[in-house]
Design a protein around this ligand. Structure first.
Ligand code: ADP
Ligand code: ADP
Length: 232
């Protein structure tokens, strides 16, 4: 489903050059929940952002499905990104918009007809247990509820892949559990392929089929979760 081939990303600044990803190769099969772990600065965020090309690699290739993401022209990239949902540590909701408007936002961007937007939005709100909050604003919700809005928005266009960037790191343990159960269910029921980055080992143990350990921009270990955690 997802393949990175020798992906290298460097950041240049006045202080010099930093290699955030150093020839990283990875394969994530369809329907997997794949974890990427490592210390702060290891390159996790950069890695996940190359999958929907929020970051463009300096070298290497990224494939999602049968598309080479790294080779797409802007119009094709927009189309490809509809198949790749993303959720964030701090939710990244539009704070001046209602919950319903946040969920409807990707459908509006796509120019879907109003009736379809209304139907799909109501369906997503219902699916995520958010119907009673439809007309509230993000500031009126708890962290767990905000992340469910983030998930509803990420699912709006019917993605095949969900990218989770420290999606539970701002949540308490009980809410983390609730969100992980939700992700597990989406993986099982919709066959959604999930890539999640986290610094929380318990998150990986709980939901990931496979895990890659990043260190200084390199994959130092990769395998089935149970095997990787046998020799940490
Ligand atoms: P992680 O998500 O594992 O904490 P990141 O991918 O955020 O790691 O960062 C990897 C390395 O790249 C770090 O050394 C970080 O300081 C550097 N880096 C990340 N983003 C930028 C940026 N926009 N400009 C310069 N350096 C960056
Ligand atoms: P806009 O002004 O952008 O159309 P709306 O407030 O109408 O924003 O809401 C955006 C979408 O969410 C619309 O498609 C609307 O039908 C739907 N929506 C609004 N409120 C609810 C609700 N309480 N339950 C389900 N869907 C809702």
């Amino acid at each position: 489903m997802i393949r990175l081939e020798e992906v290298t990303k460097r950041y240049r600044s006045a202080a010099g050059e930093r290699v955030a990803l150093d020839a990283v190769s990875l394969t994530v099969a369809k329907g997997q929940v794949f974890g990427v772990v490592g210390r702060s600065g290891a390159g996790k965020s950069t890695l996940i952002r190359t999958i929907n090309r929020l970051e463009t690699p300096d070298a290497g290739k990224v494939f999602v499905g049968d598309r080479e993401i790294t080779a797409l022209k802007p119009a094709d990239l927009r189309a490809a990104r509809r198949r790749i949902g993303m959720i964030f540590q701090h939710f990244n909701l539009l704070n001046a918009r209602t919950i319903a408007q946040n969920v409807a936002f990707p459908l509006r961007l796509e120019g879907r007809p109003d009736a379809e937007i209304a139907r799909r939005t109501a369906e997503l709100l219902d699916q995520l247990g958010l119907s009673e909050h439809a007309n509230k604003f993000p500031a009126q919700l708890s962290g767990g509820q905000k992340q469910r809005v983030g998930i509803a928005r990420a699912l709006a266009c019917g993605p095949e892949v969900l990218l989770c960037d420290e999606a539970t790191s701002a949540l308490d343990p009980e809410t983390t559990d609730e969100i992980l159960s939700l992700l597990d269910g989406l993986n099982r029921d919709l066959g959604l392929t999930i890539v999640l980055i986290t610094h929380q080992m318990e998150v990986v143990r709980r939901v990931c089929d496979r895990v890659a350990v990043l260190k200084d921009g390199r994959v130092v270990e990769e395998g089935a979760t149970a095997d990787v955690f046998l020799h940490p």
